[in-house]
Design a protein around this ligand. Structure first.
Ligand code: PAF
Length: 282
């Protein structure tokens, strides 16, 4: 497994793969890998000849500097996991390698980036799109793999790829859950044991919402019901509950008749967790 710290090193590795006519899969991550990331790697391996994973805690997508500092990191462990999984190259650059101090170009999906989670975290998706566009340019992969857990991020990235004619396919991979239903996330390690238990309410709320969505409900009513359901867990502070059209993230009008996505964000202590489920009412 090649470990690349610079863009030049990664470009060299990519040239080597291309010289052998191999297809390349890219898995962008911020490290502190868990089973969810490994599922992305395995999906990439199944669909492409060579897999590149990037590990970069991207400062431009964090609003709060303390959230950036608190983001868990364990590079040695990540490298060992990736080697065992048979990854071909890891790109783990320093911040200075990725951002020129005089950089002035950003990528933004205007509407999608500013609704929902983007309204709660201004500039977050602009930071995501900009770094992902840079990684796409450096890695020149055929396909890139992202978890469906961050549903809005996946739509934002797919939209960027479409709008800018990027020669890459962005692929969503279903959320991987712990045995008790908690969606895997690098943030889970920051939960106290009590909050870890309390956080199970999110997956239960999604199952409840899915059941209710097939009952001719309107989106706003469903959102209220899900909010009330989560409020039964005193350790949960709901940040947002949104029921949106699964394809456009627009607010559905009238009774739910087409697939919707339920998007949840809640804090447990100071840890923000998100989860989602697509529900087909038909
Ligand atoms: O989902 C993530 O881990 C990040 O947002 C990503 C896509 C790697 C960009 O920094």
């Amino acid at each position: 497994m090649k470990i690349c710290r610079t863009k030049a090193e990664l470009r060299d590795a990519v040239q080597g793969f291309r010289a052998q006519n191999e297809t390349i899969g890219l898995v962008p991550t911020m490290g502190y890998l868990h089973e969810g990331h490994m599922t992305l790697v395995r999906t990439a391996k199944a669909q492409t000849n060579r897999v590149i994973i990037t590990i970069f805690v991207n400062p431009t997508q964090f609003g709060d500097p303390s959230d950036l500092d608190a983001y868990p990191r364990d590079e040695a462990r990540d490298f060992a996991l990736l080697k065992a999984e048979g990854v071909d190259a890891v790109f783990a650059p320093a911040v200075e390698e990725m951002y020129d101090p005089s950089a002035q170009t950003v990528v933004e999906t205007e509407q999608l980036a500013n609704m929902l989670m983007g309204a709660l975290r201004p500039d977050h998706y602009k930071g995501v799109c900009t770094i992902v566009a840079k990684l796409f340019n450096i890695a020149q992969a055929d396909k890139a793999f992202f978890g469906e857990k961050d549903y809005q991020q996946l739509l934002v990235i797919k939209t960027m790829v479409r709008d800018l004619d990027m020669p890459i396919e962005a692929i969503g991979v279903p959320t991987v859950r712990e045995i008790d239903g908690l969606a895997m996330s690098s943030r889970n390690v920051r939960l106290s044991p009590e909050d870890r238990q309390a956080a199970l309410i999110l997956n239960k709320a999604l199952a409840y919402g899915d059941y209710e969505a097939s009952d001719g409900r309107e989106a706003a009513d469903l959102e209220n019901d899900i909010r009330a359901f989560i409020a039964r867990e005193p350790r949960a502070t709901v940040q947002s509950v949104d029921v949106r059209d699964a394809a456009s993230l627009e607010v559905p009008t009238g009774q739910i008749t087409a697939p919707v996505v339920i998007l949840l964000a809640a804090t447990f202590g100071d840890v923000l967790l998100i989860d989602q489920r697509v529900c087909d009412p038909n």
